[in-house]
Design a protein around this ligand. Structure first.
Ligand code: FPP
Length: 229
């Protein structure tokens, strides 16, 4: 499905929720839900690229997810490593530039080095941008930005935005959250000011291209006037 309307959609962000409940329904361990969740990323990303969405952000791990049991966190880092090791080919095929937002300092050194290495591929204006939010907190991003502004005499929106981790990324036009929860959970708090929000009842591992098409069609119907008439 190629882009069909003139509605601007350069950035779609997804809160991939529901892996745990998916596993619970199948009487499987939560790790199985996350594995299925990971497997679901590529087809959805590829579909968005076909739809000519240039920026795609996926919320994979929130700062608050650090409260989860050690084994679950360890498993998620293992999945991240696997994904990073397997993704080079796809990155080349689909002209993707991969980057991360969030605090990566607690990741193993080899993981960070792989992330930096992959980030160099297709790092140009023409590529599709896949952004993974990892150990990400919208509130921390704003607080850190404020702390990093040297001249605090007159802080403008533009100045603050230039210090956010998303400074090179346009605000999301559409934020999709799967898993039947109606909240942003500390995701892109500043950037979501005028994002269209779409909530799907589907759990992330079950969220397929048809579900994505429904979200995209719904987006096309929204009237975005940014406070104007
Ligand atoms: C939310 O579901 C999902 C997460 C906290 C992790 C998302 C991770 C993936 C999709 C796979 C790994 C991705 C990468 C990039 C390595 P939940 O566990 O909160 O589900 P629940 O609300 O049903 O418990």
């Amino acid at each position: 499905m190629n882009k069909i309307s003139s509605q601007k959609m350069s950035h779609v962000a997804i809160i991939m929720d529901g892996n745990g409940r998916w596993a619970e329904q199948k009487k499987s361990p939560r790790s199985e839900g996350h594995k299925k969740g990971l497997d679901n990323i590529l087809p959805i990303v590829q579909h968005l690229i076909e739809y000519k969405v240039k920026y795609i952000t996926l919320f994979a791990f929130s700062t608050e997810n650090n409260k989860r049991p050690y084994d679950e966190k360890k498993h998620l880092v293992k999945l991240l490593d696997e994904a990073l090791n397997n993704i080079s080919e796809k990155i080349n095929e689909d002209n993707i530039n991969l980057s991360f937002i969030g605090d990566l300092t607690n990741l193993p050194k080899k993981t960070i080095s792989k992330i930096n290495q992959l980030n160099k591929i297709n790092n140009n204006d023409q590529s599709n941008k896949l952004i993974i939010a990892w150990n990400y907190s919208g509130r921390s991003d704003i607080v850190n930005a404020l702390n990093n502004i040297k001249n605090k005499d007159k802080i403008t929106e533009k100045k603050l935005e230039s210090h956010l981790m998303t400074n090179k990324i346009p605000d999301p036009d559409l934020i999709i959250r799967t898993g039947n929860q109606i909240r942003l959970s500390n995701f892109m708090l500043w950037q979501a000011a005028y994002s269209e929000l779409y909530f799907s009842q589907k759990l992330w591992p079950d969220f397929n291209k048809n579900d994505l098409n429904k979200a995209l069609k719904e987006f096309e119907k929204r009237r975005r006037n940014y406070g104007s008439i």
